[in-house]
Design a protein around this ligand. Sequence first.
Ligand SMILES: Cc1cc2nc3c(=O)[nH]c(=O)nc-3n(C[C@H](O)[C@H](O)[C@H](O)COP(=O)(O)OP(=O)(O)OC[C@H]3O[C@@H](n4cnc5c(N)ncnc54)[C@H](O)[C@@H]3O)c2cc1C
Ligand code: FES
Length: 253
Amino acid sequence: MKTVENASVVSMANLTDDVYDITIHCPEIASWAKAGQFVELYPDNGANLLARPISICGMDAEKGDIRLVFRVVGKGTELFSRLGTGDKIRVLGPCGNGFNLKDGSAVLVGGGIGVPPLLETCRQLKGDKTVVLGFRDKSSVILCDEFKALGARVYIATDDGSLGFKGNVVELMKSEGITGDMIYSCGPKIMLEALSDYAEERGIACQVSLEERMACGIGACVGCVVKIKDGDGWTHKKVCKDGPVFDSREVIW
Ligand SMILES: Cc1cc2nc3c(=O)[nH]c(=O)nc-3n(C[C@H](O)[C@H](O)[C@H](O)COP(=O)(O)OP(=O)(O)OC[C@H]3O[C@@H](n4cnc5c(N)ncnc54)[C@H](O)[C@@H]3O)c2cc1C
Ligand code: FES
């Protein structure tokens, strides 16, 4: 079930220089949303820009709010960054499949702006939780304390070593021997591919959320296809409709 709502902005804040934290009121979407799903935000400047996919970082069905955390990279996200409390924004959602939450010990692995959807996932998971987050440097670290507040064991890796482990998340996981029953992950494709190998070598099930570039966002074009194993061959699947979450063993990297 998905719908378009004319949402109003409840709050807006900066997490870092270029990362914004926005809560919007869209009761229907908030009541249907699942962890790992995303919404499509429509830039409203008359420039006819396509909607932009942003993952759901938090949801409160009672209040009718969803929380999104996004980095400014281009025209659309720059427009969103100018929104303030009380402004309106058109939003389509909830989109995509979301994570398949399982009992047992969970390892949540996020890279950069792939971290936000893992926060709601962490909140909903009930068992033992280990969180491994990777960032460029100390100044780009986001949401770390919120994972800790949810009772998770949190490990941080930075490329330059300015906070936590120096290196990437998979190197950190190898060095700490991190394991669990299920990995939930989101981040750059190169990170997810290395993580997929890590999981396969250790027999750990792994769900990857792919943040492919999108066009229509609703399954009507082929702007977001990825190759997924199918019997002895493979087939194309759409990240916006069949994903963004896939079993890592099915993805042809
Ligand atoms: C399922 C999904 C969930 C996402 N969740 C989030 C999120 O929670 N927070 C967040 O900040 N971003 C998220 N993204 C990425 C976000 O959609 C893009 O950054 C955004 O659409 C860029 O729009 P723009 O108009 O600002 O930039 P554009 O002007 O369209 O592009 C600017 C630059 O960003 C690059 N770019 C655009 N889209 C992507 C993409 N999907 N991946 C990598 N590079 C891209 C372009 O190649 C270009 O270099 C998600 C993407 C997907 C597919
Ligand atoms: S973006 Fe058009 S099919 Fe996915």
